[in-house]
Design a protein. Structure first.
Length: 397
């Protein structure tokens, strides 16, 4: 099949970009032709992953072709705005026609699904809508957007959502047969304990033969990062704090916080890394700390904990995320370590145990990997996606 995927894509950071990458990679590996239409090269620096020369091959997996909007050419008009939706739609129409693509899979409503709907209307190709938590809640709640969103929901050919999202669309009057449930899966072959470890020596002269406490993600109060630095500032044991974050402004804020807490000699800050490097980052980490709390989007369920568990790593998971767990058998102290980021004493004691007892962290990681192998099925995820594609293409022919 020949697919047009309109989506976030590396070097755009974040979970939705990563999910789109692994889906495109999996489909391409399976012999399908995937054309990604994106504005990834226009992403702001604070949300941009750091790509190196050796990343370019991974950026374009087998049978995956990337078509980016031009970051240097924008029409001038008043009032000025970046015409992302229009540029992506125009490019998608060109690519669909040039390569005779059969279907549009659009991921994240603004601007990608809207661009996809314009392309669908003009080319007549069937369209799939995928969404995240933030676009279906925070953006949808805008009185200036929700009318448009609802009308597009009614007109796309299929909406892929999660079980918790089904009632949301049904309450808007979307027919049940238009709603499709297909949970994104982690590729446990990519996120594996057997990958090579990330070479951190290229980025620091610090002693990395110490427990490495890793935080991956954006900087923000609800992310729990500042509770993590507070806890670590109170720990006397030797360790390395590895922060995989991004953006000069965000990193400056982090640097000031780290300096104030006298952690600069124990901390390494990397910019956002592309998704194919994430397994190797996890491999060299002692544990992955995910202390998100009071996140404003209630439906937000990041895939990062599942990726870390698939990689066979010990996670320190906030109570908030633990209560949203994707694995019903997930057990505190067996497959993960549950923390309350606001309970500094308890948070500190649990981190000290991980730092002082590497075998404890390793055992948690091994148990996590076994649980991930039970629940994650990337091949089934691809097969279900392929069947949906073929059905929609056949129906529209």
């Amino acid at each position: 099949m020949k697919i047009c995927l309109i989506s976030k894509y590396p070097p755009i950071e974040g979970g939705e970009s990563s999910k789109a990458y692994w889906l495109a990679r999996g489909l391409g590996k399976g012999g399908h032709e995937v054309h990604v239409v994106t504005n990834a090269w226009e992403v702001e620096s604070k949300y941009r992953e750091n790509l190196e020369v050796d990343d370019l091959e991974q950026l374009h997996p087998k049978n995956v072709f990337i078509h980016n909007t031009d970051p240097f050419i924008d029409p001038s008009f008043i009032p000025y705005t970046k015409p992302y939706t229009e540029k992506i739609a125009s490019l998608a129409i060109e690519i669909i026609r040039e390569y005779n693509l059969q279907l549009i899979d659009s991921w994240y409503i603004l601007p990608y699904v809207i661009s996809g709907y314009i392309a669908k209307t003009i080319t007549g190709k069937p369209q799939i809508l995928r969404h995240a938590g933030s676009d279906i809640t925070r953006l949808f709640n805008s009185p200036y957007l929700n009318t448009l969103f609802i009308e597009i929901f009614k007109r796309v050919d299929k909406i892929i959502t999660y079980p918790s999202g089904k009632s949301f669309f049904e309450n808007l009057g979307i027919p049940e047969d238009k709603i499709f449930l297909n949970k994104v899966s982690v590729d446990t072959n990519a996120f594996s304990p057997n990958v090579d470890a990330f070479d951190l020596t290229k980025y620091t002269d610090k002693n990395i033969n110490l427990p490495i406490i890793t935080y991956i993600g954006k900087v923000g109060v609800t992310k729990g990062i500042f509770e993590l630095t507070q806890v670590l500032s109170e720990i006397k044991e030797e360790f390395i704090l590895l922060l995989v974050s991004g953006g000069e402004a965000n990193n400056q804020r982090l640097k000031h916080d780290i300096e104030n807490k006298r952690l600069e000699n124990k901390t390494i800050i990397l910019n956002f890394v592309p998704p194919w490097k994430m397994p190797s980052i996890m491999k060299m980490s002692t544990c992955i700390v995910i202390p998100e709390r009071e996140f404003p989007v209630l439906s937000h369920t990041p895939i990062l904990p599942r990726e870390a568990m698939s990689a066979g790593k010990c996670t320190l998971l906030s109570e908030e995320l633990y209560n949203k767990r994707s694995y019903k058998d997930l057990e505190d102290g067996v497959h993960t370590v549950v923390i309350n980021p606001k309970d500094i004493d308890d948070f500190r004691n649990k981190l000290i145990k991980v730092i002082k007892n590497p075998f404890y962290a390793q055992e948690i990681g091994k148990n996590a990997r076994k649980l991930a192998e039970k629940y994650e099925d990337f091949n089934s995820y691809l097969n279900i996606t392929e069947k949906l594609y073929s059905d929609l293409i056949a129906f529209s022919s």
